[in-house]
Design a protein around this ligand. Sequence first.
Ligand SMILES: Nc1ncnc2c1ncn2[C@@H]1O[C@H](COP(=O)(O)OP(=O)(O)OP(=O)(O)O)[C@@H](O)[C@H]1O
Length: 222
Amino acid sequence: MAAVIAATGVVKSFGEGRAARRVLDGASLHVHPGEVVAILGRSGTGKSTMLHLVGGLDRPDAGTISVAGEPVTGTSERALSRLRRRRIGFVFQFFHLLPELSGEANVLLAGRVRGAAPDAAARGQDLIDRLGLREVARSLPHQLSGGEQQRFAIARALVNDPPVLLADEPTGNLDTTAGAEVLRLLRAGAEEGRAVVMVTHETAAANIADRVLTLRDGQLIG
Ligand SMILES: Nc1ncnc2c1ncn2[C@@H]1O[C@H](COP(=O)(O)OP(=O)(O)OP(=O)(O)O)[C@@H](O)[C@H]1O
């Protein structure tokens, strides 16, 4: 089976001149459908940077990245934003829900953007039910617990049925119970055939992974 995430020889530096620092130095990552990969590593080693590059939120200095057979590197901004909307779901540590919209509206909005999946609205409602969010669907993010906010964020990430789910410290702001539920949902996302990549500090999160990689000296090591 072909890798749905294929990143090879990724290089990324920040800063200029003597302050320049090469954070990624030939990092490679290949993830297959149905697989959960956890990325561990000390603070500041470039884990989030790698995830952002794979997700097309930033561009590498060198290397090639493709997602679901479509190029992430060497493509136009327009193609990239379409790829992000349709092929990639993002889950962040601080949820990043729009504060003025209800949980439900956050989910449905992501399913209404240009190029969204045609059945996104129905899937959004189904996800709200399946993730146990129906009773709080109309609540604003600040009225929700962290676990509820993250479940809405996961529903939002899945509303367009992307083949790739990228999660940056998804349990970092949650207690053990809420964190375990989020991990269960990410695992379930993989069982449905998605490739899931998760940056984490937590052993409980790494425990649900099929593979654990460590970012060290700018490279991903198995
Ligand atoms: N946009 C940016 N501009 C300048 N430097 C950046 C930028 N993004 C990241 N960096 C630097 O790159 C390095 C790696 O950052 P990154 O957030 O990828 O690390 P991380 O491994 O995810 O760390 P943590 O575990 O603490 O979240 C850090 O030194 C950071 O300061």
